[in-house]
Design a protein. Sequence first.
Length: 177
Amino acid sequence: MSKPPAAMKTNGRPREPRFDPAEHLFRRVPLSIWDDPTERPGPEAVELPDMSVGRSKFGHAEWVRFDVVNGQHYEDWGILGVLVSDIPPRFWDLGVFQYTFVPCHDPEERDYPHSEVRAYNNGVHIRLADALPEDIHLKWRVALLREMDPIIKPRQKVPTREQPPRSHLLEAHTVAS
């Protein structure tokens, strides 16, 4: 198994709450959900209320193949990416409940790029999946998937870079062909 790059560690760096609209968020997708590189995964590839992602400002797409919490490396899993500006920002339910979706930097000691896309109901953070109406949940997941692009396809071999990204912009040689 490969080791996570040392540059993934927090090393005392603070949270960075601001996201550039041109920054990418990366989501790893298991082979059980996305095994055919010629197809796109379905809505089960994304989740709410707190969808775990990696930030392009602090990490490369292949870094999200590392599960530092459980000590796993999913070298064959695919990676989807979405621009921060393309996250569906809000949906209304019954004209009363406004559900918003916001990226939040949530670094872990061994995973500084770790972030989440969080769901809010009228400004209150939703922590349980069943607190989000199923139609809003599905509508958001489908809308987000329309905006997501394959960055690394399933089973695509991509070397793990040790150095952090130079900027928040997606580096061309990681983009799947």
